[in-house]
Design a binder for this molecule. Structure first.
Ligand code: BGC
Length: 747
């Protein structure tokens, strides 16, 4: 067999040369043939070189063979500013400003796969212009606890929702010849002790909750890159984990792309060789601000690997396998001659950023229809809160961006309402407190004429806001979290479930003098809102990037009718989440090792699955989101009431816009297994569709499911299974608002 392959390669190589082009350069040839040809020409040193970094974000190509350097960038909300070759500091370029797109939580809240594809496409165009071959994203870790500092970079609590949005994002990116790098594979569900947490969970929870979005990325979107996570599973770090990377990802899922280490996520040469790592980055750093000069020769997959081969501790088999994957990646991206040149900061990209934001903002509460703002009556607007002026593309860790423009909420409100009302501002509270809060230097400078430095105490700021609120027709409060340490940021979790910086006291004080308050929450997470019943309107406005101000003002004004739905459950308190109710967060330190074992005791009962099981009443349910119009959903009609082994059922629901303005509703289909040999969640999301309707218009929405929507992961079979019996399809517009049901059987 080997001889035949050898003869084939010699013959085809000769044929290629005869035409003046080496087969690996000939893009009319199948990719596998090109990979084998290039591999056969590479020296040991060249092979070792392409599997580890040469700088913070690049690895060498093979200069002798005309294979260019390989460049990556974060990810996932836009292309990160250029960093120094060998340090995390920004390089100070003047041509690397970008469009900052809304954070992925906002994308998830759109419940719109078409928007996700547009998002991926726009990011890819910016990446191409910035000469990046791979974007480090999207992130699809599951929202298990609201304390996770990185929830804002992910797509919520539900594996089905995250999958349906990750797949088009990746396709949108990769159709441009820019690779995705889906992260962080997997179980990276908190940032506290992120390098030393060993997750313990059932095989079923792994497959039903934590793996589906990654599996969809591999098998449906055909992602070319996956990033291993920092944490451990089954006592191996996930950047070199035999069970995760070799058994599940590469063997079971037949993944043919590369596994990239998270920055500083590789810890051992032998494990990296054997257990699935293909490209090593950021070693000897923690992925954050430590300015350790990288000695790239000391990387686990650099000299130590070469030595292991020269001394014959390892043969060439593993190395060739890694290089094959890397070459495949090169041919798909950096060597892809059909890819375009991209574009940066185009009008189209700003429009995409606006669209994602406008569809993702969630109107959580709107008592007495205080929104949209009635510009005939509201003549004095007071904007309160630091988040009205704070740049949120700065900070937060690796997803930070240098936005060409970031319109603040205050600017947005001023330009939208300034003609019909006076708009005053009072900061009300500050996060800039000396010596605490992990202040990032950029956040204390003067930005667009607003001095972010603040010397006054929260009490003084509060008094000023209350004084001004007395005379206002409407108070727009911009609060929430920010990108400081212990807020929404990587490498630290939140310390509690509260609003920081005395914001609750400020809301209470404002309520004493003015009841017309709209609370606009800027965050990628939820928190306790003890005054929720007394504040008429609450809007969840995420981190919206470049177009923040415009997006929020359009929603407040009703130029845009909100249609976002929560991608996670908004608990009243921390113990509304299984991980906290069961005291299963964070991990428990081993007595003699710097390892924290974290047992996911809540098992598959994450988010609304826990809420349903424990009959908890959250503040706002998964899937919840209001509109300025009203909708009526009709009965759910199934095309048959029995599903066969390989069959499907299509459900049809009529939705009518019964209000006065155009808007969009999300039809959500949950499945309930009524007869099962194992415990199952009361219901699980298995289909959804967003439908846009003019006033008075109605449309039939159809959703088709097959057996996979009825299946659970059977630990006895180590596989998915669907048991015959009775099921129920539940249709509604939120996990707590099911309006139609129908039963059916699986035979
Ligand atoms: C983060 C990754 C990121 C990488 C490179 C790490 O700290 O965990 O998400 O892609 O740094 O910046």
């Amino acid at each position: 067999m080997r001889i035949i392959v050898f003869i084939f390669l010699v013959v085809s190589a000769t044929a290629g040369w005869a035409q003046g082009i080496a087969p690996y350069l000939d893009d009319s040839k199948p990719i596998e043939e090109r990979v084998e040809d290039a591999l056969s020409r590479m020296t040991l040193a060249e092979k070792i070189a392409v599997i580890h970094a040469q700088s913070k974000f690049s690895s060498p190509g093979v200069k002798r063979l005309g294979i260019p350097e390989y460049w990556m960038s974060d990810g996932p909300h836009g292309v990160r500013p250029e960093t120094m070759w060998d340090a995390w500091d920004q390089a100070g370029w003047s041509n690397d400003s970008v469009v900052a797109f809304p954070a992925l939580t906002c994308l998830a809240a759109t419940w719109n796969p078409e928007v996700a594809e547009e998002y991926g496409n726009a990011v890819a165009e910016e990446a191409l212009y910035r000469k990046k071959n791979m974007m480090l994203g999207p992130g699809v870790n599951i929202f298990r606890t609201p304390l996770n500092g990185r929830n804002f970079e992910y797509m919520g609590e539900d594996p089905y929702l995250a999958s349906r949005l990750a797949v088009p994002y990746i396709k949108g990116l990769q159709k441009n010849g820019v690779s995705a790098c889906v992260k962080h594979f997997c179980l990276n569900n908190n940032e506290i002790n992120r390098h030393t947490t060993n997750v313990i969970l059932s095989e079923r929870a792994l497959h039903e909750i934590y793996l589906p979005a990654f599996k969809a990325a591999v098998q449906e979107a055909h992602t070319w890159g996956i990033m291993g996570s920092y944490n451990l599973w089954k006592n191996h770090h996930n950047c070199h984990n035999p069970f995760l990377l070799n058994d599940i990802l590469k063997r079971e899922w037949k993944y043919d792309g590369v596994v990239v280490s998270d920055w500083g996520g590789a810890h051992d040469t032998d494990e990296s060789i054997k257990y699935g790592l293909d490209m090593e980055y950021g070693t000897h750093t923690d992925g954050m601000d430590m300015n350790v000069a990288n000695d790239y020769e000391k990387y686990y997959l650099a000299k130590p690997y070469r030595d292991a081969i020269v001394s014959r501790r390892f043969g060439m088999k593993e190395l060739n396998e890694k290089v094959r994957r890397v070459l495949r990646l090169f041919f798909r991206t950096s060597m892809n001659r059909n890819k375009g040149f991209g574009s940066l900061c185009s009008e189209a990209h700003y429009a995409t950023a606006r669209k994602i934001g406008e569809e993702g903002v969630v109107l959580l509460q709107n008592n007495n229809n205080i929104l949209p703002v009635n510009t005939d009556k509201v003549k004095k607007i007071l904007v309160v809160g630091e988040n009205a002026i704070k740049m949120m593309t700065i900070g937060g860790g690796s997803s930070k961006l240098k936005a060409q423009n970031e319109e603040s909420p205050l600017e947005g409100v001023r330009s939208r309402f300034g003609k019909t009302a006076t708009v005053d501002f009072a900061r009300g509270y500050t996060s800039i407190v000396n010596g605490s809060g992990g202040i990032i230097s950029e956040q204390t400078r003067v930005i667009k004429g607003v001095d972010m430095k603040e010397k006054r105490s929260n009490e003084v700021l509060r008094q000023e806001a209350v004084e001004k609120a007395k005379a206002a027709d409407l108070v727009l409060f911009f609060g929430g979290l920010n990108k400081h340490r212990h807020q929404d940021t990587e490498n630290s979790d939140r310390k509690d479930y509260e609003l920081p910086y005395n914001q609750n006291e400020l809301v209470e004080a404002l309520l004493q003098v003015n009841k017309n308050i709209v609370f606009v929450n800027i965050s990628g997470n939820c928190m306790a809102l003890p005054w929720a019943k007394r504040v008429p309107a609450i809007l969840q406005a995420w981190y919206l990037g470049s177009e923040s101000g415009k997006i929020i003002a359009s929603v407040l004004a009703g130029d845009v009718n909100p249609s976002g739905k929560l991608p996670y459950t908004w608990g009243q308190k921390l113990t509304d989440y299984g991980a906290h109710a069961l005291n299963a967060y964070p991990g428990v330190k081993r007595p003699t090792q710097d390892i924290y074992d974290e047992e996911y005791k809540e098992d598959i009962y994450v988010g609304y699955r826990w809420i349903d099981k424990e009959k908890v009443k959250p503040l706002f349910s998964f899937g919840h989101g209001l509109s300025y119009t009203t909708f009526k959903m009709g009965k759910v009609i199934a095309d048959k009431n029995e599903m066969t082994e390989n069959g499907s059922i299509t459900f049809t629901v009529n939705v009518r816009n019964t209000g006065k303005v155009a808007g969009a509703e999300v039809v959500q289909l949950y499945i309930s297994d009524l007869q099962s040999s194992v415990n199952r969640p009361l219901k699980e999301l298995k289909g959804f569709k967003k439908v846009f309707l003019q006033p008075g218009e109605s449309k039939d929405v159809t959703i088709t499911i097959d057996k996979s929507a009825l299946s659970f992961y059977d630990e006895r079979l180590h596989d998915w299974t669907a048991e015959p019996g009775e099921f129920e399809a539940l249709v509604g517009n939120a996990a707590d608002n099911i309006v139609a049901k129908t039963k059916f059987r699986l035979n």
